[in-house]
Ligand binder design. Structure first.
Ligand code: 1CP
Length: 347
């Protein structure tokens, strides 16, 4: 990876080289906090129309790169493109989260069909191709998907929830049936990620936003095992492409997650102690994180202080600076500029 694109500083920590200052990108770096995003979003109509229109999805991916010069761009898409492409129509109502007609048991699984995903996945792959042509050579491009568990919580619940109860109870009631759903999502995710690599993605991230709601045995079966399958099968085809996992809310399981999934990097949420990030990085896995997104809303000297603390705690270790979760819409864009300058000041 280093050999292929030495100019992409983002890739250095994945070859075991710590960087000072560390590379930086921010989850949800494209989005509603940027006025230029809101303008394109209005032009696109629906949110998924934006994801499926390569010209517009490319434009919103590039917006934060132009403004802030992040070391990596992340493809603009959504984790719910996978169920949508599988045949479970996803709607985004204005001012509300996603809505899907829930799949509640094995009898509904025939509504999902991996062989149907091509047309919609191709639109996302076309965005990746355009991005690789338009991005500066030194900017890495991150492709992504949702982890099967987190995507399943929306497939089964039909919407976001605080406790993921619908998916958790199906998994207890009928583990064999729930396994079929997870296997379908594993297969679709591998196809989706592979196409992104073929189209030019340098790095992949797997978002498991709801990993933290599971008991230990359930975490092993529904978070670790499916993620390990995806990592193994994608790496068999593309051994040079680093994969970052994001098992949000699972600090206590971080080391086990890293060892058993085979990820090259792990994104750490805001509540993860810096000592835990150091431990992971000392053992050779890239740690990514974990500034509180609300500190980016607040800004000022409190933001500067914490940026300095995280940077110095991770100095000399394989590390990528990021937030602990996505940028919130209330974030003043100038605070993002302040963070990036602060991080890149002479170390
Ligand atoms: O109105 C709008 O413009 C929609 C807001 C929005 C955006 C900007 C949604 C709806 N998705 C996205 C883009 C997005 N989603 C990206 C793009 C790249 C970037 O980071 O800049 C990524 C990586 C995601 C991933 C995503 N979508 C996750 C995992 C990460 C996380 O935030 O935990 C999840 C859980 C989703 C589902 C989703 N999509 C959108 C919303 C509002 C939600 C959350 C729904 C809920 O649980 O209530």
């Amino acid at each position: 990876m280093d050999g292929e694109h030495p100019e992409r500083k983002f890739l250095a920590p994945f070859t075991g080289k710590p960087m000072a200052p560390p590379p930086v990108w921010l989850m949800r770096q494209a989005g509603r906090y940027l006025p230029e995003y809101r303008q394109v979003r209005a032009e696109a109509g629906g949110f998924l129309d934006l994801c499926y229109t390569p010209r517009l999805a490319t434009e919103v991916t590039l917006q934060p790169i132009r403004r802030f010069g992040f070391d990596a761009a992340i493809l603009f898409s959504d984790i719910l493109v996978v169920p949508d492409a599988l045949g479970q129509a996803v709607r985004f109502a204005e001012g509300e989260g996603p809505r899907l007609d829930p799949i509640r048991g094995v009898e509904d699984l025939n509504r999902l069909d991996v062989s149907r995903t091509g047309p919609k996945f191709s639109l996302v792959w076309e965005t990746v191709e355009r991005l690789r042509q338009e991005l500066p050579q030194e900017t890495a491009l991150i492709g992504f998907c949702g982890a099967p568990w987190t995507v399943a919580t929306y497939v089964v619940g039909g919407r976001g929830s605080t406790d993921q109860a619908a998916a958790r109870t199906w998994a207890y009631r009928d583990p064999a049936g729930f396994q079929q759903l997870i296997d379908t999502l594993v297969d679709a995710s591998i196809a989706y990620l592979s196409g992104q690599v073929e189209a030019g993605a340098d790095v992949l991230q797997i978002f498991d936003s709801w990993a933290g709601s599971l008991a230990e045995d359930q975490f092993t079966r529904w978070v670790i095992e499916p993620t390990a399958k995806i990592v193994m099968r994608v790496k068999a085809r593309y051994p040079h492409v680093p994969i970052i996992g994001f098992p949000r809310g699972s600090t206590a399981e971080l080391q086990r997650f890293v060892e058993l999934t085979g990820v090259d990097g792990v994104s750490c949420d805001t509540s993860c102690p810096l000592s835990a990030m150091q431990k992971v990085a000392e053992r050779g896995t890239v740690a990514q994180g974990n500034l509180d997104p609300l500190l980016l809303v607040e800004g000022g000297s409190a933001l500067d202080r914490r940026v300095d603390e995280i940077r110095s705690a991770m100095n000399g270790l394989p590390f990528v600076f990021n937030l602990g979760h996505g940028i919130v819409p209330e974030t003043p864009p100038e605070n993002v500029g302040r963070l990036v300058s602060r991080l890149r000041e002479a170390v």
